[in-house]
Design a protein. Structure first.
Length: 143
């Protein structure tokens, strides 16, 4: 697990809550997406994206997300997230969030998300801000 985590520049630990389990006795699928959201926000903070949308020219908007469920997490456990940018495109970037079970020391899910720069004042998609690209390339060591 540690070797896999090293591929991700941002890490986050989240304790599993008993109420996050569903009738199948494992963490509900929606919770993995919430964890990925927390990982995205942590990543945004690391690269300097303002998520308050106050006075910013651009803010991130989620274009799509998916999740591949690999191993069921149950209570008690701690989810360990690894977050990175997997791909930079002209008008967006694709993030990847790997979710690991600390208890079982293995990967439990992988979520990918398309993040689009958006003007919340003009209500439209905009070009990738240069400071975002710089932050991504610095954090993820992308050339």
């Amino acid at each position: 697990m540690q070797e896999q985590l090293e591929k991700y520049p941002v890490h986050l630990e989240i304790m599993v809550q008993w109420g996050e389990m569903d009738a199948a006795q494992h963490v509900n699928n929606l919770i993995y997406l919430r964890w990925a959201e927390s990982g995205r926000i942590e990543y945004f903070n690391k690269i300097g994206i303002d998520t308050s949308f106050k006075g910013s020219e651009a803010g991130p908007i989620l274009g799509w997300q998916d999740c591949k469920y690999i191993f069921p997490i149950t209570y008690p456990d701690t989810a360990i997230l690894g977050v990175r940018t997997a791909e930079i495109r002209e008008d967006r970037f694709i993030m990847e969030c790997a979710i690991f079970s600390k208890k079982h020391q293995r990967i439990a899910a992988i979520s990918k998300q398309s993040i689009i720069p958006y003007s919340y004042t003009e209500l439209k998609k905009i070009q990738m801000p240069k400071d975002w690209l710089e932050g991504i390339r610095t954090l993820d060591k992308i050339v």
